[in-house]
Design a protein around this ligand. Structure first.
Ligand code: 6PG
Length: 506
């Protein structure tokens, strides 16, 4: 453990995968980092990597073996970043810092995937001891190391102190083109450009926005998996053929990190067997919970997010492997029917279906954030949120620029579906979308996310939904009353068992 007496500019607690990457990123951008981890070997590893990557520079990360030593090494008022698992570990660090003598003007920044309500409560709980701030970090290990998308929220005064740090380490976008600027080389600062870091709002709102980012991520991933499933199992294409299709799609409006890495995964061969690795990976999806949180929030707020929720259920259904193997021997699929379109045209249809469904998934995510903002009194800037998602984060895509433009044109936009650019896209591509859903159903290929997006779209554009019958059902068995289309006020109840009795205004 290196204990040189230095005055470090940033403290860092938790040098796991994300923490070490963020610490090295801070070092690349000129900050001296005082590091602490209960497992000291992690600090040693971060220091070793610092020396390996930047031997031409003075040491930039210094390790300490106690919270007291960590605090004493930092210039005041201090900034301490924390990267530990969500939940109790965050409070354990906060309490250790309190015991070690953290001061009221010091800022502690939670950079984990914390539940937004925990973040909101922590700001209040620790208010008289130090300033609890948070930034959600998106982009995985690579993003944290070379430029993540950052979603900070909390005390606006603290933000003025943190802003230069977050903008320096964040991913960058070329202001002229809106395209990501390629990552820096280790030992060098992230290149100039528009930072993918913007203040989100009151404490917790940043983690809420990140949670919705993950909900959209789940939907995006599931949509890609479903078009892969059609090509693999209904069109008998090989993984490498599908990879080539995705690489072609990556040149157009579907250009995105998730399409790019999906092609990489599909092209990857297992070294031992030579088989496509994807055919060897067990088809049981894991989930750390952020997509689930998004689905729960949508249900609680009453925000229609069927594609995001479907993606969470798809992961749950995938874990029932043993049940599915047994059922596959018992439950028949369609006797005939399926993909009737020629291969090249079908691939074009799949592209359009994926694009339209993706529009709906993002529309659902942004509408959820709009409703949450209303519910929690946040003043979210959706154009800014879309802009910081253009690079660094997992859902980074060329597609986020037209979303940013849509909210720039109309910050009060009810739904992305109503933005002129997306209306034109949906008009142009929806026939192929419908054809894919129909053929997937006839082929017995589960495409729940793609079809849920279509049902969402069709519901959104339907003037009269069958909820009128539903209200009649509810009033029949529960006297729950209903409103009338021909009267603009009042609730009514019918005495269903007494036909002659007049409807009653309640
Ligand atoms: C990101 C990712 C990341 C995600 C993990 C696990 O933005 O960098 O969304 O935060 O939580 O990759 O995701 P799962 O929920 O799929 O386990």
């Amino acid at each position: 453990m290196n204990k040189q007496a230095v005055t470090a500019s940033i403290g860092f607690v938790g040098l796991g995968v994300m923490g070490k990457s963020l610490a090295l990123n801070l070092a690349d951008n000129g900050y001296t980092v005082a590091a602490f981890d209960l497992e000291s070997h992690r600090v040693d590893a971060a220091i070793a990597q610092d020396r390996l990557e930047a031997p031409h520079l003075p040491q930039r990360i210094f390790g300490y073996s106690s919270y007291t030593e960590l605090l004493s090494s930092l210039s005041t008022p201090r900034i301490i970043m924390v990267s530990v698992p969500a939940g109790d570990p965050v409070d354990q660090v906060c309490n250790q810092l309190i015991d070690a003598g953290i001061e009221s003007e010091d800022i502690v920044v939670d950079t984990g995937n914390s539940l937004w309500t925990d973040t909101r409560d922590r700001e209040k709980h620790y208010a008289d001891r130090f300033i609890f701030f948070s930034t959600a970090v998106s982009g995985g290990e690579e993003g944290a190391r070379f430029g993540p998308a950052l979603m900070p929220s909390g005390d606006p005064v603290a933000w003025t102190r943190l802003r230069p740090v977050f903008e320096a380490i964040s991913a960058k976008v070329d202001a002229a083109t809106g395209l990501p600027i390629e990552r820096n080389e280790p030992g060098n600062p992230v290149k100039e450009g528009e930072p993918c870091a913007a203040y989100i709002g009151d404490s917790g709102s940043g983690h809420y926005v990140k949670m919705v980012h993950n909900g959209i991520e789940y939907a995006d991933m599931q949509l890609i998996c479903e078009v892969y499933h059609v090509m693999r199992h209904a069109m008998a294409m090989t993984p490498s053929e599908i990879a080539s299709v995705l690489r072609e799609w990556n040149k157009g409006p579907l250009h995105s990190y998730l399409i790019e890495i999906s092609a990489e995964v599909l092209d990857h061969k297992d070294q031992e067997t030579g088989k496509p690795l994807v055919d060897i990976i067990m088809d049981k999806a894991g989930q750390k919970g952020t997509g689930l949180w998004t689905a729960v929030s949508a249900l609680q707020i009453g925000a229609p997010a069927p594609t995001i929720t479907n993606a969470v259920f798809a992961r749950a259904l995938s874990t029932l492997k043993e049940v599915r193997v047994a059922a596959s021997k018992t439950l028949p699929g369609p006797k005939s029917g399926g993909i009737t379109t020629d291969k090249e045209h079908m691939i074009e249809q799949l592209h359009d279906a994926l694009y339209c469904a993706k529009i709906c998934a993002y529309a659902q995510g942004f509408q959820l954030m709009q409703l949450a903002a209303k519910e929690h009194g946040w003043d979210l800037n959706f154009s800014s949120i879309a802009k910081i998602w253009r690079a660094g984060c997992i859902i980074r895509a060329v597609f986020l620029q037209p979303i940013a433009d849509a909210f720039e044109r109309n910050p009060q936009l009810d739904s992305l579906l109503m933005d002129p650019f997306f209306v034109e896209q949906l008009v142009r591509y929806q026939d192929n979308w419908r054809s894919v859903v129909a053929q997937a159903v006839l082929a017995g290929i589960p495409a729940g996310a793609i079809s849920s997006a279509l049902a969402y779209y069709d519901s959104y554009r339907t003037e009269v939904l069958p909820a009128n019958l539903l209200q009649g059902q509810r009033d029949y068995f529960g006297a729950h009353t209903f409103a009338r289309v021909d009267l603009n006020e009042g609730k009514y109840h019918v005495h269903w068992s007494e036909p002659g009795r007049p409807m009653r205004k309640v």
